[in-house]
Each structure stands twice: as C-alpha cells, then as structure tokens.
Design a protein around this ligand. Structure first.
Ligand SMILES: [Mg+2]
Length: 147
C-alpha cells in the first residue's frame, strides 16, 4: 500500500541511508504527524479532565491522526527499503516474551524477555537509489498477498 503511494507521488523508494535529505525529510514528516496526533489527544484529554465525554467527531479526528502517524512510519520503511511489516512482527514476538505487569500499565521486560533481532532486516540493500522495478522486488510482499 505504501509502495503504491510512494510510487504515485514520486516519494523516495529504497533510498540509501547516506541520503541525508531523505533522512531529514522523513523525520520532519513523522514529527508533524505526531504533533497533529498530540493536538487531537489534547482535545480529548481536556474534555475528559473537565468531565465531558469525547464525541464521535473527536474520536474520528484522533483516529485519522493515528493512521497518519502509522502512514508516515510505514512510508519511511518504503523510503529506506526497510521491511516494516516483518520488523513489526519481530517486535511483536519479542513483546510477547515480556512479563505480565500491572493491568493497563507499562509491560515490564522480565527475566524471559527476548529482544528482537532486527539486524537481518536492517541492512541497506544498495548504495544507490533503486529503480522502481528493483525497489518493488526488494520489498516484502504485502500482508496476506504476493508482490
Ligand atoms: Mg495528520
């Protein structure tokens, strides 16, 4: 899905790590979206603090910003040729080794915690930008489908 967006809108695809402009742009996009998410969170938080209940429009705006954050993070994976979905699965598997903590609180690592090994997924595949066909072949298949 994000590959399609990057291809259509001429965004970077599998660009090298050494490309500082792409690196800085991606972080700027991420920060902008998180600031928008924080603004929507603050609206809801203020309502709850004053005894109000967030309405459907509040929640819809919050949900939109959650998706925007995920979109730019997944897009960053496409931009740098990093397999976000595979890494996310590895982080999930690691998180499942964490200890059971206080309900609703931060989940502690505990003695059985196994950190994810993302090294095999983090190696830049090339030192120069890929052509679209090469980039698409370098990306993992979409969830539940083939390339
Ligand atoms: Mg947004």
């Amino acid at each position: 899905m994000l590959f399609e967006f990057h291809h259509k809108h001429k965004q970077p695809i599998a660009r090298p790590w050494a490309d500082v402009e792409t690196w800085n742009d991606r972080m700027k996009f991420i920060m902008e979206e998180y600031e928008e998410l924080a603004a929507e969170w603050e609206i809801i938080s203020n309502k709850l603090a004053s005894g109000d209940i967030p309405n459907t429009a509040d929640m819809a705006r919050f949900l939109k910003e959650m998706c925007d954050c995920e979109y730019v993070l997944r897009g960053t994976g496409v931009a740098f040729g990093l397999p976000h979905s595979q890494a996310f699965s590895a982080v999930h598997a690691s998180n499942m080794t964490k200890a059971v903590g206080k309900p609703g609180g931060k989940v502690p690592k505990g003695p059985d915690y196994e950190p994810p090994n993302l090294i095999p997924l983090s190696k830049p595949s090339l030192n120069k930008p890929l052509k679209v066909k090469e980039a698409k072949a370098d990306l993992p298949p979409p969830e539940g489908g083939t390339k």
